[in-house]
Structure formats: structure tokens, C-alpha cells
Design a protein around this ligand. Structure first.
Ligand SMILES: [Zn+2]
Length: 167
């Protein structure tokens, strides 16, 4: 038995919404907008493309945190209830794609430094293989960016701490 929480736009298994705690849930209807999956920026770009290829209409919403000119915040994907299963199937297939074997040869021909953001604009033209390879590069780049972000955040925390000491 599934319920729908209109507040969270989520299909849930319990009558009480585990996310917002409301009991005001109801049976899902085909036109209900439902949260299908939440993805990081890079995966969101590719997933949006896959949804288009599969003819599944969707809406996205992002947390909207901007840093270094890139929106790195996660994107939430919403589809109507009647397409939810399909969208989740696409998401599952997509997240099963192989991606974690590039660590051994960081300076090989697949050097993440070769990442070119012009490619972001021609995703539609790429084959599955190219998409998979490109996704690897993006993941690697994202990992580096996340590491930098962490260092920057630490530095800011450190500065805040020092500034407070001066007051
Ligand atoms: Zn809720």
C-alpha cells in the first residue's frame, strides 16, 4: 500500500509521512508530481538527458547553493505518479553503470585534466560509451572540486574562529 504526501511530493509506504510527519496523506493519483530521485549536479545533467530520451516528462528543483560559478547543489527530479516506476528504473540502470575503475591510472589517456566543459553542451550527440567515459571524467573532476570545497570551508571556519577570538 502506497500513500502520497502532498507536502513533500513523495510516495511513501506509511500513512504518516516520515519526512514531514503529517497524517494528511492520501492515495497517489496518476497526475501527482512525485519525487523520483535526488542527484548531484553532474549526474543530474546526464539523468535529465536519459529521461528525455525515454520520453518521460519531469521537473527539477535545486537547493540553489552557488560556489565558484558552478551550481553544485543536488537536483531533485519530480515526475508524475504514472511515470514514477519508469523514472526510477532509468535511475537504477543509470546508477549501475560502471565507473570506479579509473583510480589505477590517473595520468593515462583518460586523464581527468582532459575534462572539457564544452562537452556539457553536446551530451545529446554522445554515444552511450562516450557518455559513460565522460561521466567518469566529470565524477573525478567533481571529487577534486569537493575536496577543494572542503578545504575552503575549513579555512572559512578557521577564520571565523580567529575573528571571534579578536572580538
Ligand atoms: Zn510529507
Amino acid at each position: 500500500m502506497s500513500y502520497y504526501c502532498p507536502n513533500c511530493k513523495m510516495v511513501i509506504e506509511t500513512e504518516k509521512c516520515p519526512s514531514c510527519g503529517t497524517w494528511r496523506t492520501r492515495d497517489p493519483e496518476n497526475g501527482d508530481l512525485c519525487l523520483a530521485v535526488t542527484l548531484d549536479y553532474v549526474n543530474a545533467t546526464i539523468f535529465a538527458d536519459l529521461l528525455k530520451q525515454n520520453g518521460i516528462p519531469f521537473m527539477t528543483q535545486s537547493g540553489g547553493i552557488k560556489g565558484c560559478g558552478l551550481t553544485m547543489s543536488p537536483r531533485m527530479f519530480y515526475v508524475t505518479y504514472d511515470r514514477l516506476e519508469e523514472a526510477r528504473a532509468v535511475a537504477e540502470e543509470f546508477s549501475d553503470a560502471p565507473e570506479e575503475d579509473e583510480e589505477e591510472h590517473p595520468s593515462g589517456p583518460d586523464d581527468p585534466e582532459a575534462f572539457d566543459d564544452a562537452d556539457l553542451y553536446r551530451l545529446q550527440d554522445m554515444s552511450r560509451d562516450e557518455l559513460t567515459k565522460y561521466r567518469k571524467k566529470l565524477k573525478e573532476t567533481l571529487r577534486e572540486l569537493n575536496e577543494r570545497e572542503e578545504k575552503i570551508r575549513d579555512a572559512i571556519d578557521e577564520i571565523d574562529y580567529l575573528l571571534e577570538l579578536e572580538e
